[in-house]
Design a protein around this ligand. Structure first.
Ligand SMILES: Cc1cc2nc3c(=O)[nH]c(=O)nc-3n(C[C@H](O)[C@H](O)[C@H](O)COP(=O)(O)OP(=O)(O)OC[C@H]3O[C@@H](n4cnc5c(N)ncnc54)[C@H](O)[C@@H]3O)c2cc1C
Ligand SMILES: Cc1cc2nc3c(=O)[nH]c(=O)nc-3n(C[C@H](O)[C@H](O)[C@H](O)COP(=O)(O)O)c2cc1C
Ligand code: SF4
Length: 492
Protein backbone atom coordinates (compact mmCIF):
# COMPACT_ATOMS: atom_id res chain seq x y z
CA UNK A 1 0.00 0.00 0.00
CA UNK A 2 2.84 2.35 0.80
CA UNK A 3 4.30 1.61 -2.62
CA UNK A 4 0.97 2.37 -4.30
CA UNK A 5 0.72 5.71 -2.48
CA UNK A 6 4.25 6.59 -3.63
CA UNK A 7 3.42 5.58 -7.20
CA UNK A 8 0.50 8.03 -7.22
CA UNK A 9 2.84 10.78 -6.06
CA UNK A 10 5.36 9.87 -8.75
CA UNK A 11 2.62 9.78 -11.40
CA UNK A 12 1.53 13.25 -10.36
CA UNK A 13 5.09 14.55 -10.77
CA UNK A 14 5.21 13.15 -14.30
CA UNK A 15 1.86 14.79 -15.07
CA UNK A 16 3.14 18.14 -13.85
CA UNK A 17 6.34 17.79 -15.90
CA UNK A 18 4.26 16.88 -18.94
CA UNK A 19 2.45 20.21 -18.63
CA UNK A 20 -0.95 19.18 -17.28
CA UNK A 21 -2.89 22.01 -15.60
CA UNK A 22 -4.96 19.94 -13.20
CA UNK A 23 -4.89 16.46 -11.71
CA UNK A 24 -8.09 14.54 -11.15
CA UNK A 25 -7.89 11.59 -8.78
CA UNK A 26 -10.49 8.90 -9.20
CA UNK A 27 -12.10 7.94 -5.86
CA UNK A 28 -15.08 6.28 -7.54
CA UNK A 29 -16.10 3.96 -10.36
CA UNK A 30 -14.79 0.83 -8.61
CA UNK A 31 -11.11 1.65 -9.09
CA UNK A 32 -8.44 1.26 -6.41
CA UNK A 33 -9.57 4.12 -4.13
CA UNK A 34 -13.21 3.11 -4.42
CA UNK A 35 -12.28 -0.43 -3.43
CA UNK A 36 -11.33 1.02 -0.05
CA UNK A 37 -14.24 3.48 0.18
CA UNK A 38 -16.91 0.96 -0.78
CA UNK A 39 -18.37 -1.09 2.09
CA UNK A 40 -19.43 -3.59 -0.59
CA UNK A 41 -15.90 -4.66 -1.52
CA UNK A 42 -13.79 -3.54 1.45
CA UNK A 43 -13.86 -6.41 3.94
CA UNK A 44 -10.67 -5.48 5.77
CA UNK A 45 -10.64 -5.59 9.55
CA UNK A 46 -7.59 -3.34 10.07
CA UNK A 47 -7.45 0.45 10.17
CA UNK A 48 -8.30 0.57 6.42
CA UNK A 49 -11.64 -1.24 6.68
CA UNK A 50 -14.87 -1.13 8.63
CA UNK A 51 -15.84 2.40 9.64
CA UNK A 52 -16.19 5.23 7.13
CA UNK A 53 -13.14 6.90 8.69
CA UNK A 54 -11.09 3.75 8.12
CA UNK A 55 -12.36 3.14 4.58
CA UNK A 56 -11.36 6.61 3.40
CA UNK A 57 -7.93 6.48 5.07
CA UNK A 58 -6.02 5.03 2.13
CA UNK A 59 -7.60 7.37 -0.48
CA UNK A 60 -6.87 10.38 1.74
CA UNK A 61 -3.26 9.26 2.24
CA UNK A 62 -2.93 8.94 -1.52
CA UNK A 63 -4.43 12.38 -2.03
CA UNK A 64 -1.97 13.80 0.48
CA UNK A 65 0.95 12.15 -1.33
CA UNK A 66 -0.16 13.73 -4.60
CA UNK A 67 -0.64 17.12 -2.95
CA UNK A 68 2.82 16.91 -1.40
CA UNK A 69 4.41 15.98 -4.74
CA UNK A 70 3.08 18.72 -7.05
CA UNK A 71 1.81 22.27 -7.12
CA UNK A 72 -1.16 21.51 -9.33
CA UNK A 73 -4.81 22.02 -8.39
CA UNK A 74 -6.55 18.74 -7.64
CA UNK A 75 -10.06 17.54 -8.42
CA UNK A 76 -11.45 14.36 -6.89
CA UNK A 77 -13.91 12.26 -8.82
CA UNK A 78 -16.35 10.16 -6.81
CA UNK A 79 -19.25 7.83 -7.36
CA UNK A 80 -22.14 9.54 -5.62
CA UNK A 81 -23.75 6.11 -5.40
CA UNK A 82 -22.41 2.78 -6.61
CA UNK A 83 -25.97 1.69 -7.36
CA UNK A 84 -25.60 -1.60 -5.49
CA UNK A 85 -27.34 -2.22 -2.15
CA UNK A 86 -24.20 -2.51 0.00
CA UNK A 87 -22.12 -0.07 -2.01
CA UNK A 88 -21.09 3.57 -1.65
CA UNK A 89 -24.07 5.82 -0.84
CA UNK A 90 -24.57 9.56 -1.10
CA UNK A 91 -24.65 10.54 2.61
CA UNK A 92 -21.09 9.24 3.06
CA UNK A 93 -20.02 10.92 -0.15
CA UNK A 94 -21.34 14.24 1.16
CA UNK A 95 -19.19 13.78 4.26
CA UNK A 96 -16.20 12.81 2.11
CA UNK A 97 -16.72 15.87 -0.09
CA UNK A 98 -16.66 18.14 2.97
CA UNK A 99 -13.39 16.53 4.06
CA UNK A 100 -11.93 16.91 0.59
CA UNK A 101 -12.82 20.57 0.62
CA UNK A 102 -10.97 20.98 3.93
CA UNK A 103 -7.97 19.20 2.41
CA UNK A 104 -7.80 21.79 -0.38
CA UNK A 105 -9.31 19.91 -3.30
CA UNK A 106 -10.61 22.47 -5.83
CA UNK A 107 -13.70 20.61 -7.08
CA UNK A 108 -15.72 17.41 -6.68
CA UNK A 109 -16.67 15.55 -9.84
CA UNK A 110 -19.75 13.41 -9.25
CA UNK A 111 -20.37 10.29 -11.28
CA UNK A 112 -22.01 6.97 -10.29
CA UNK A 113 -21.64 3.22 -10.45
CA UNK A 114 -18.73 0.85 -10.46
CA UNK A 115 -16.99 -0.69 -13.42
CA UNK A 116 -17.23 -4.13 -11.80
CA UNK A 117 -20.88 -4.40 -10.71
CA UNK A 118 -22.82 -1.57 -12.34
CA UNK A 119 -21.27 -0.67 -15.71
CA UNK A 120 -24.56 0.79 -17.04
CA UNK A 121 -24.23 3.55 -14.42
CA UNK A 122 -20.49 3.91 -14.84
CA UNK A 123 -20.92 4.41 -18.59
CA UNK A 124 -24.25 6.26 -18.30
CA UNK A 125 -25.76 3.82 -20.77
CA UNK A 126 -29.03 4.56 -22.58
CA UNK A 127 -30.68 1.78 -20.54
CA UNK A 128 -30.41 3.81 -17.30
CA UNK A 129 -32.26 7.09 -16.76
CA UNK A 130 -30.54 10.35 -17.50
CA UNK A 131 -29.95 12.80 -14.67
CA UNK A 132 -29.40 10.59 -11.60
CA UNK A 133 -25.79 11.77 -11.37
CA UNK A 134 -26.98 15.36 -11.73
CA UNK A 135 -29.23 14.89 -8.71
CA UNK A 136 -26.31 13.53 -6.67
CA UNK A 137 -24.05 16.41 -7.71
CA UNK A 138 -26.73 18.90 -6.72
CA UNK A 139 -27.04 17.37 -3.25
CA UNK A 140 -23.28 17.54 -2.78
CA UNK A 141 -23.06 21.06 -4.22
CA UNK A 142 -25.28 22.54 -1.52
CA UNK A 143 -23.10 21.04 1.21
CA UNK A 144 -19.69 22.25 0.05
CA UNK A 145 -18.17 25.59 -0.87
CA UNK A 146 -16.08 24.38 -3.78
CA UNK A 147 -17.40 23.76 -7.31
CA UNK A 148 -19.15 20.54 -8.16
CA UNK A 149 -18.73 19.04 -11.62
CA UNK A 150 -21.86 17.57 -13.20
CA UNK A 151 -21.47 14.67 -15.63
CA UNK A 152 -23.48 11.99 -17.40
CA UNK A 153 -25.21 12.09 -20.76
CA UNK A 154 -24.93 15.83 -21.16
CA UNK A 155 -25.45 15.68 -24.90
CA UNK A 156 -27.90 18.36 -25.98
CA UNK A 157 -28.25 22.10 -25.68
CA UNK A 158 -31.37 21.48 -23.60
CA UNK A 159 -29.29 19.50 -21.11
CA UNK A 160 -26.85 22.37 -20.71
CA UNK A 161 -29.69 24.88 -20.24
CA UNK A 162 -31.33 22.59 -17.70
CA UNK A 163 -28.12 22.13 -15.74
CA UNK A 164 -27.64 25.88 -15.62
CA UNK A 165 -31.21 26.77 -14.70
CA UNK A 166 -32.41 23.91 -12.52
CA UNK A 167 -29.14 22.69 -11.05
CA UNK A 168 -27.10 25.92 -10.97
CA UNK A 169 -24.23 23.77 -12.20
CA UNK A 170 -20.80 25.31 -11.72
CA UNK A 171 -19.08 23.08 -14.24
CA UNK A 172 -20.10 20.29 -16.56
CA UNK A 173 -17.97 17.44 -17.87
CA UNK A 174 -18.74 16.23 -21.37
CA UNK A 175 -17.46 12.92 -22.67
CA UNK A 176 -19.25 11.05 -25.40
CA UNK A 177 -21.09 14.09 -26.77
CA UNK A 178 -17.66 15.25 -27.94
CA UNK A 179 -16.92 11.88 -29.51
CA UNK A 180 -20.19 12.06 -31.41
CA UNK A 181 -19.62 15.70 -32.35
CA UNK A 182 -16.27 17.32 -31.53
CA UNK A 183 -17.95 20.69 -32.20
CA UNK A 184 -20.62 20.14 -29.55
CA UNK A 185 -19.33 22.95 -27.36
CA UNK A 186 -18.49 25.17 -30.35
CA UNK A 187 -22.06 24.76 -31.55
CA UNK A 188 -23.37 25.54 -28.07
CA UNK A 189 -21.49 28.85 -28.15
CA UNK A 190 -22.60 29.38 -31.78
CA UNK A 191 -18.94 29.55 -32.79
CA UNK A 192 -19.49 26.63 -35.15
CA UNK A 193 -22.53 26.35 -37.38
CA UNK A 194 -24.57 23.27 -38.22
CA UNK A 195 -26.71 20.67 -36.48
CA UNK A 196 -25.33 18.80 -33.47
CA UNK A 197 -24.64 15.15 -34.20
CA UNK A 198 -26.17 13.59 -31.10
CA UNK A 199 -24.58 11.05 -28.81
CA UNK A 200 -27.15 8.28 -28.31
CA UNK A 201 -25.59 6.95 -25.08
CA UNK A 202 -25.51 3.57 -26.80
CA UNK A 203 -21.77 2.87 -26.23
CA UNK A 204 -21.91 0.64 -29.32
CA UNK A 205 -19.01 2.35 -31.02
CA UNK A 206 -17.01 3.93 -28.20
CA UNK A 207 -16.95 1.26 -25.50
CA UNK A 208 -17.71 -1.42 -28.09
CA UNK A 209 -14.72 -0.37 -30.19
CA UNK A 210 -12.38 -0.27 -27.22
CA UNK A 211 -13.57 -3.67 -25.94
CA UNK A 212 -13.23 -5.32 -29.33
CA UNK A 213 -9.67 -4.01 -29.68
CA UNK A 214 -10.51 -1.79 -32.66
CA UNK A 215 -10.03 1.38 -30.64
CA UNK A 216 -12.50 4.18 -29.99
CA UNK A 217 -15.24 4.44 -32.60
CA UNK A 218 -18.70 5.95 -32.67
CA UNK A 219 -22.03 4.77 -34.02
CA UNK A 220 -23.01 8.22 -35.27
CA UNK A 221 -19.64 9.72 -36.16
CA UNK A 222 -17.73 7.91 -38.91
CA UNK A 223 -14.73 10.20 -38.54
CA UNK A 224 -13.75 8.94 -35.09
CA UNK A 225 -10.34 7.34 -35.36
CA UNK A 226 -9.81 8.94 -38.77
CA UNK A 227 -9.56 12.57 -37.66
CA UNK A 228 -6.33 13.14 -39.53
CA UNK A 229 -7.71 11.88 -42.85
CA UNK A 230 -8.86 14.88 -44.84
CA UNK A 231 -12.14 14.89 -46.76
CA UNK A 232 -10.97 16.28 -50.10
CA UNK A 233 -13.14 18.74 -52.02
CA UNK A 234 -14.48 17.45 -55.35
CA UNK A 235 -11.94 17.82 -58.18
CA UNK A 236 -14.58 18.05 -60.90
CA UNK A 237 -18.29 18.68 -61.07
CA UNK A 238 -20.34 15.48 -60.91
CA UNK A 239 -23.98 14.75 -60.42
CA UNK A 240 -24.78 11.64 -58.36
CA UNK A 241 -27.97 9.82 -57.45
CA UNK A 242 -28.37 8.15 -54.07
CA UNK A 243 -30.96 5.41 -53.91
CA UNK A 244 -32.29 4.76 -50.42
CA UNK A 245 -32.52 7.29 -47.60
CA UNK A 246 -31.57 4.94 -44.77
CA UNK A 247 -28.54 5.75 -42.63
CA UNK A 248 -26.05 4.66 -45.31
CA UNK A 249 -27.70 6.64 -48.12
CA UNK A 250 -28.18 9.78 -46.01
CA UNK A 251 -24.57 9.76 -44.82
CA UNK A 252 -23.26 9.20 -48.36
CA UNK A 253 -25.39 12.06 -49.69
CA UNK A 254 -24.23 14.45 -46.95
CA UNK A 255 -20.56 13.61 -47.45
CA UNK A 256 -20.81 13.98 -51.23
CA UNK A 257 -22.60 17.32 -50.90
CA UNK A 258 -20.05 18.57 -48.38
CA UNK A 259 -17.32 17.73 -50.88
CA UNK A 260 -19.06 19.85 -53.51
CA UNK A 261 -20.83 17.24 -55.63
CA UNK A 262 -24.47 17.40 -56.62
CA UNK A 263 -26.71 14.59 -55.40
CA UNK A 264 -30.35 13.66 -55.63
CA UNK A 265 -31.36 11.28 -52.85
CA UNK A 266 -34.30 8.98 -53.69
CA UNK A 267 -36.37 7.53 -50.86
CA UNK A 268 -39.47 5.49 -51.60
CA UNK A 269 -40.74 5.38 -48.05
CA UNK A 270 -39.36 7.19 -44.98
CA UNK A 271 -35.96 8.74 -44.42
CA UNK A 272 -34.07 6.71 -41.84
CA UNK A 273 -35.14 3.29 -43.15
CA UNK A 274 -35.05 0.47 -40.64
CA UNK A 275 -33.42 2.57 -37.97
CA UNK A 276 -36.79 4.23 -37.37
CA UNK A 277 -37.75 1.00 -35.60
CA UNK A 278 -34.75 0.92 -33.23
CA UNK A 279 -36.02 3.56 -30.73
CA UNK A 280 -39.38 1.81 -30.39
CA UNK A 281 -37.84 -0.51 -27.81
CA UNK A 282 -38.43 1.02 -24.36
CA UNK A 283 -34.77 1.41 -23.35
CA UNK A 284 -33.55 2.69 -26.71
CA UNK A 285 -35.55 5.90 -26.84
CA UNK A 286 -32.36 7.97 -26.96
CA UNK A 287 -31.79 6.51 -30.43
CA UNK A 288 -34.78 8.51 -31.64
CA UNK A 289 -32.49 11.52 -32.05
CA UNK A 290 -30.46 10.07 -34.90
CA UNK A 291 -32.87 10.21 -37.84
CA UNK A 292 -34.05 13.78 -37.06
CA UNK A 293 -30.37 14.79 -36.92
CA UNK A 294 -29.77 13.32 -40.36
CA UNK A 295 -32.83 15.11 -41.72
CA UNK A 296 -31.52 18.38 -40.33
CA UNK A 297 -28.09 17.74 -41.79
CA UNK A 298 -29.57 16.93 -45.20
CA UNK A 299 -31.47 20.19 -45.12
CA UNK A 300 -28.47 22.15 -43.83
CA UNK A 301 -26.37 20.82 -46.72
CA UNK A 302 -29.21 21.40 -49.19
CA UNK A 303 -29.35 17.80 -50.40
CA UNK A 304 -32.16 17.38 -52.91
CA UNK A 305 -34.50 14.63 -51.71
CA UNK A 306 -36.87 12.95 -54.12
CA UNK A 307 -39.56 10.94 -52.38
CA UNK A 308 -40.20 8.19 -54.89
CA UNK A 309 -38.96 4.76 -55.82
CA UNK A 310 -35.88 5.02 -58.01
CA UNK A 311 -35.92 2.76 -61.06
CA UNK A 312 -33.38 2.20 -63.80
CA UNK A 313 -35.16 4.68 -66.05
CA UNK A 314 -34.93 7.41 -63.36
CA UNK A 315 -31.19 6.96 -63.15
CA UNK A 316 -29.65 5.98 -66.48
CA UNK A 317 -28.19 8.82 -68.53
CA UNK A 318 -29.17 11.40 -65.90
CA UNK A 319 -26.33 10.92 -63.46
CA UNK A 320 -22.58 10.41 -63.47
CA UNK A 321 -22.88 7.63 -60.90
CA UNK A 322 -25.28 5.98 -58.46
CA UNK A 323 -24.90 5.14 -54.78
CA UNK A 324 -27.15 2.19 -54.04
CA UNK A 325 -28.20 2.18 -50.39
CA UNK A 326 -31.37 0.12 -50.70
CA UNK A 327 -30.81 -1.67 -47.39
CA UNK A 328 -31.91 -5.13 -46.35
CA UNK A 329 -35.04 -7.16 -45.82
CA UNK A 330 -35.88 -9.96 -43.39
CA UNK A 331 -34.74 -13.35 -44.67
CA UNK A 332 -37.75 -15.57 -44.13
CA UNK A 333 -37.16 -19.22 -43.24
CA UNK A 334 -39.17 -21.72 -45.22
CA UNK A 335 -41.46 -23.23 -42.59
CA UNK A 336 -44.62 -25.06 -43.67
CA UNK A 337 -47.64 -23.25 -42.25
CA UNK A 338 -45.83 -19.95 -41.67
CA UNK A 339 -48.45 -17.68 -43.19
CA UNK A 340 -49.37 -14.98 -40.71
CA UNK A 341 -46.50 -13.39 -38.85
CA UNK A 342 -44.75 -10.15 -38.00
CA UNK A 343 -41.19 -8.88 -38.27
CA UNK A 344 -39.89 -5.79 -36.40
CA UNK A 345 -42.98 -3.97 -37.70
CA UNK A 346 -44.63 -5.43 -34.58
CA UNK A 347 -42.91 -2.60 -32.69
CA UNK A 348 -45.20 -0.05 -34.33
CA UNK A 349 -47.85 1.15 -31.89
CA UNK A 350 -50.72 -0.10 -34.06
CA UNK A 351 -49.23 -3.63 -34.17
CA UNK A 352 -48.17 -4.07 -30.54
CA UNK A 353 -50.03 -7.02 -29.00
CA UNK A 354 -51.20 -7.08 -25.41
CA UNK A 355 -51.62 -10.03 -23.11
CA UNK A 356 -50.79 -12.56 -25.85
CA UNK A 357 -48.55 -15.59 -26.11
CA UNK A 358 -45.86 -14.60 -28.57
CA UNK A 359 -43.32 -16.88 -30.22
CA UNK A 360 -40.24 -15.03 -31.50
CA UNK A 361 -38.29 -17.02 -34.05
CA UNK A 362 -34.73 -15.65 -34.04
CA UNK A 363 -32.84 -14.49 -30.96
CA UNK A 364 -30.44 -11.84 -32.27
CA UNK A 365 -30.62 -8.08 -31.69
CA UNK A 366 -33.99 -7.63 -33.37
CA UNK A 367 -35.60 -10.62 -31.63
CA UNK A 368 -34.35 -9.53 -28.21
CA UNK A 369 -35.41 -5.91 -28.86
CA UNK A 370 -38.88 -7.09 -29.78
CA UNK A 371 -39.12 -9.19 -26.61
CA UNK A 372 -38.18 -6.24 -24.41
CA UNK A 373 -40.85 -4.13 -26.07
CA UNK A 374 -43.59 -6.77 -25.75
CA UNK A 375 -42.93 -7.81 -22.14
CA UNK A 376 -44.21 -4.55 -20.57
CA UNK A 377 -47.49 -5.15 -22.44
CA UNK A 378 -48.11 -8.33 -20.46
CA UNK A 379 -47.26 -10.63 -23.33
CA UNK A 380 -45.81 -14.08 -22.59
CA UNK A 381 -42.68 -14.55 -24.66
CA UNK A 382 -41.05 -17.66 -26.04
CA UNK A 383 -37.89 -16.94 -27.98
CA UNK A 384 -36.20 -19.60 -30.06
CA UNK A 385 -32.81 -19.71 -31.70
CA UNK A 386 -30.87 -22.30 -33.67
CA UNK A 387 -27.68 -21.66 -31.70
CA UNK A 388 -27.08 -20.72 -28.06
CA UNK A 389 -26.10 -17.09 -27.68
CA UNK A 390 -29.22 -14.90 -27.48
CA UNK A 391 -28.48 -11.31 -28.53
CA UNK A 392 -25.06 -12.30 -29.88
CA UNK A 393 -24.87 -9.24 -32.15
CA UNK A 394 -25.80 -6.79 -29.37
CA UNK A 395 -23.68 -4.32 -27.46
CA UNK A 396 -22.71 -6.02 -24.16
CA UNK A 397 -24.54 -3.81 -21.64
CA UNK A 398 -27.74 -3.71 -23.70
CA UNK A 399 -27.55 -7.46 -24.13
CA UNK A 400 -27.01 -8.23 -20.43
CA UNK A 401 -29.76 -5.89 -19.23
CA UNK A 402 -32.23 -7.08 -21.87
CA UNK A 403 -31.64 -10.76 -21.16
CA UNK A 404 -31.80 -10.16 -17.40
CA UNK A 405 -35.13 -8.39 -17.74
CA UNK A 406 -36.46 -11.13 -20.04
CA UNK A 407 -35.43 -13.86 -17.57
CA UNK A 408 -36.97 -12.00 -14.64
CA UNK A 409 -40.24 -11.70 -16.55
CA UNK A 410 -40.42 -15.43 -17.27
CA UNK A 411 -39.38 -15.47 -20.94
CA UNK A 412 -38.89 -19.00 -22.22
CA UNK A 413 -35.54 -19.29 -24.00
CA UNK A 414 -35.32 -22.25 -26.35
CA UNK A 415 -31.86 -22.59 -27.89
CA UNK A 416 -30.75 -25.17 -30.50
CA UNK A 417 -34.34 -25.11 -31.72
CA UNK A 418 -35.40 -25.73 -35.33
CA UNK A 419 -39.00 -24.90 -36.18
CA UNK A 420 -40.42 -27.67 -38.36
CA UNK A 421 -43.99 -26.67 -39.07
CA UNK A 422 -46.92 -24.62 -37.83
CA UNK A 423 -50.45 -25.93 -37.56
CA UNK A 424 -53.06 -23.53 -36.27
CA UNK A 425 -51.75 -22.22 -32.95
CA UNK A 426 -49.28 -25.05 -32.48
CA UNK A 427 -45.65 -24.75 -33.50
CA UNK A 428 -43.69 -27.99 -33.94
CA UNK A 429 -39.94 -27.92 -33.49
CA UNK A 430 -36.87 -30.05 -32.90
CA UNK A 431 -34.44 -29.40 -30.09
CA UNK A 432 -31.26 -31.42 -29.67
CA UNK A 433 -32.74 -34.38 -31.54
CA UNK A 434 -36.06 -34.33 -29.65
CA UNK A 435 -39.44 -33.23 -30.98
CA UNK A 436 -40.97 -30.39 -28.98
CA UNK A 437 -44.03 -28.19 -29.45
CA UNK A 438 -45.27 -24.78 -28.41
CA UNK A 439 -49.03 -24.63 -27.90
CA UNK A 440 -51.60 -21.84 -27.89
CA UNK A 441 -49.41 -19.35 -29.73
CA UNK A 442 -51.29 -16.14 -30.53
CA UNK A 443 -48.62 -14.22 -32.42
CA UNK A 444 -45.56 -15.33 -34.38
CA UNK A 445 -42.66 -12.94 -34.97
CA UNK A 446 -39.91 -13.86 -37.41
CA UNK A 447 -36.61 -12.12 -36.75
CA UNK A 448 -34.19 -14.75 -37.99
CA UNK A 449 -31.80 -12.73 -40.13
CA UNK A 450 -31.62 -9.98 -42.71
CA UNK A 451 -30.59 -10.26 -46.33
CA UNK A 452 -29.25 -7.50 -48.58
CA UNK A 453 -31.86 -5.88 -50.83
CA UNK A 454 -30.13 -4.68 -53.95
CA UNK A 455 -32.26 -5.23 -57.05
CA UNK A 456 -30.86 -2.39 -59.18
CA UNK A 457 -27.14 -3.11 -59.24
CA UNK A 458 -27.03 -5.86 -61.86
CA UNK A 459 -28.57 -3.87 -64.70
CA UNK A 460 -27.29 -0.42 -63.70
CA UNK A 461 -23.65 -1.38 -63.52
CA UNK A 462 -23.69 -2.27 -67.20
CA UNK A 463 -24.44 1.36 -67.96
CA UNK A 464 -22.91 3.59 -65.30
CA UNK A 465 -20.64 3.60 -62.25
CA UNK A 466 -22.45 2.03 -59.31
CA UNK A 467 -21.40 2.01 -55.64
CA UNK A 468 -23.29 -0.19 -53.18
CA UNK A 469 -23.26 0.84 -49.50
CA UNK A 470 -24.69 -0.20 -46.13
CA UNK A 471 -26.91 -3.21 -45.62
CA UNK A 472 -27.45 -3.43 -49.40
CA UNK A 473 -23.78 -4.40 -49.69
CA UNK A 474 -23.37 -6.39 -46.47
CA UNK A 475 -25.88 -6.70 -43.65
CA UNK A 476 -24.43 -5.02 -40.58
CA UNK A 477 -25.54 -2.47 -38.04
CA UNK A 478 -26.11 1.27 -37.94
CA UNK A 479 -22.46 2.08 -37.40
CA UNK A 480 -21.44 -0.09 -40.36
CA UNK A 481 -24.06 1.60 -42.56
CA UNK A 482 -23.00 5.14 -41.64
CA UNK A 483 -19.30 4.33 -41.97
CA UNK A 484 -19.77 2.66 -45.33
CA UNK A 485 -21.79 5.58 -46.70
CA UNK A 486 -19.13 7.99 -45.47
CA UNK A 487 -16.09 6.02 -46.67
CA UNK A 488 -17.55 5.40 -50.10
CA UNK A 489 -18.55 9.04 -50.60
CA UNK A 490 -15.16 10.19 -49.34
CA UNK A 491 -13.31 8.14 -51.95
CA UNK A 492 -15.34 9.19 -55.03
C1 LIG B 1 -35.78 -3.14 -34.72
C2 LIG B 1 -34.38 -2.80 -35.14
C3 LIG B 1 -33.48 -2.40 -34.18
C4 LIG B 1 -32.19 -2.07 -34.54
N1 LIG B 1 -31.35 -1.65 -33.57
C5 LIG B 1 -30.08 -1.33 -33.89
C6 LIG B 1 -29.18 -0.90 -32.89
O1 LIG B 1 -29.52 -0.78 -31.72
N2 LIG B 1 -27.92 -0.61 -33.26
C7 LIG B 1 -27.48 -0.73 -34.55
O2 LIG B 1 -26.32 -0.44 -34.82
N3 LIG B 1 -28.30 -1.15 -35.53
C8 LIG B 1 -29.59 -1.46 -35.23
N4 LIG B 1 -30.43 -1.90 -36.21
C9 LIG B 1 -29.88 -2.12 -37.55
C10 LIG B 1 -29.80 -0.83 -38.36
O3 LIG B 1 -31.02 -0.13 -38.28
C11 LIG B 1 -29.45 -1.13 -39.81
O4 LIG B 1 -28.27 -1.91 -39.88
C12 LIG B 1 -29.21 0.14 -40.61
O5 LIG B 1 -30.24 1.07 -40.36
C13 LIG B 1 -29.15 -0.17 -42.12
O6 LIG B 1 -29.12 1.04 -42.83
P1 LIG B 1 -29.15 1.07 -44.42
O7 LIG B 1 -29.18 2.50 -44.80
O8 LIG B 1 -28.05 0.26 -44.99
O9 LIG B 1 -30.50 0.33 -44.87
P2 LIG B 1 -32.04 0.59 -44.57
O10 LIG B 1 -32.28 1.15 -43.25
O11 LIG B 1 -32.72 -0.71 -44.89
O12 LIG B 1 -32.47 1.69 -45.64
C14 LIG B 1 -32.71 1.42 -46.98
C15 LIG B 1 -33.65 2.49 -47.52
O13 LIG B 1 -33.73 2.38 -48.93
C16 LIG B 1 -35.06 2.66 -49.33
N5 LIG B 1 -35.20 2.09 -50.68
C17 LIG B 1 -35.02 0.79 -51.06
N6 LIG B 1 -35.16 0.69 -52.40
C18 LIG B 1 -35.43 1.94 -52.88
C19 LIG B 1 -35.66 2.47 -54.18
N7 LIG B 1 -35.62 1.71 -55.26
N8 LIG B 1 -35.90 3.78 -54.29
C20 LIG B 1 -35.93 4.61 -53.20
N9 LIG B 1 -35.72 4.14 -51.94
C21 LIG B 1 -35.46 2.83 -51.80
C22 LIG B 1 -35.89 2.02 -48.24
O14 LIG B 1 -37.19 2.57 -48.21
C23 LIG B 1 -35.08 2.38 -47.00
O15 LIG B 1 -35.48 3.61 -46.45
C24 LIG B 1 -31.75 -2.19 -35.89
C25 LIG B 1 -32.66 -2.60 -36.87
C26 LIG B 1 -33.96 -2.89 -36.51
C27 LIG B 1 -34.92 -3.32 -37.58
C1 LIG C 1 -15.41 4.23 -23.78
C2 LIG C 1 -15.46 4.84 -22.40
C3 LIG C 1 -14.37 4.68 -21.55
C4 LIG C 1 -14.41 5.22 -20.25
N1 LIG C 1 -13.34 5.07 -19.43
C5 LIG C 1 -13.37 5.61 -18.18
C6 LIG C 1 -12.25 5.46 -17.30
O1 LIG C 1 -11.25 4.87 -17.65
N2 LIG C 1 -12.35 6.02 -16.07
C7 LIG C 1 -13.46 6.70 -15.66
O2 LIG C 1 -13.49 7.20 -14.54
N3 LIG C 1 -14.53 6.84 -16.48
C8 LIG C 1 -14.51 6.31 -17.73
N4 LIG C 1 -15.60 6.45 -18.54
C9 LIG C 1 -16.80 7.15 -18.04
C10 LIG C 1 -16.72 8.62 -18.42
O3 LIG C 1 -15.67 9.23 -17.70
C11 LIG C 1 -18.03 9.37 -18.13
O4 LIG C 1 -18.26 9.40 -16.75
C12 LIG C 1 -19.22 8.74 -18.81
O5 LIG C 1 -18.92 8.45 -20.16
C13 LIG C 1 -20.44 9.66 -18.74
O6 LIG C 1 -20.20 10.90 -19.32
P1 LIG C 1 -20.69 11.24 -20.84
O7 LIG C 1 -22.12 10.88 -20.90
O8 LIG C 1 -20.43 12.71 -21.01
O9 LIG C 1 -19.86 10.40 -21.75
C14 LIG C 1 -15.58 5.92 -19.82
C15 LIG C 1 -16.65 6.07 -20.70
C16 LIG C 1 -16.61 5.53 -21.97
C17 LIG C 1 -17.80 5.70 -22.88
S1 SF4 D 1 -20.91 5.19 -29.83
FE1 SF4 D 1 -22.90 5.81 -29.03
S2 SF4 D 1 -22.48 6.34 -26.89
FE2 SF4 D 1 -20.50 6.23 -27.88
S3 SF4 D 1 -20.11 8.34 -28.43
FE3 SF4 D 1 -21.04 7.38 -30.22
S4 SF4 D 1 -23.24 7.76 -30.03
FE4 SF4 D 1 -22.29 8.22 -28.03
Amino acid sequence: MRKAVNLFGEGAVRAEKAGFDIIEIQFGHGYLMAQFVSPFVNDRSDEFGGSFENRIRFPLETLQAVMDSVNLPIIVRISGDEMIPEGIKLPEMIELSKLLEKKGVIAIHVSAGTVCSTPPWFFQHMFVPKGKTWEMAKKIKIKVNIPTIFVGRINSLEDIEKLQKEYSADYIAVGRALVADPDFIGKYFAEVKGPIRPCLACVEGCLGGVKSGQGLQCLVNPEVGRETEAVEPAQQHKNYAGVGGGLAGMQAAITLKKRGYEIDLYEKNTLGGQFNLAPLTPYKKSMARLVPYFKEELEYNKVNIIFKEATESNLISKYDGVILATGSKPALPSIPGLNKFHWADILLEENLPENKKVLIVGGGLIGVDIATALIPRDNKIIIVKRTTDFGEDMEMIAKNLSLKMMKEKGTVFSDHTYIKKIEGRTVYAERKGKNIRFDDIDVIVVSTSMTSYNPLEEELKKKMPVYVVGDAKRVGNAQDAIRDGYETAKEL
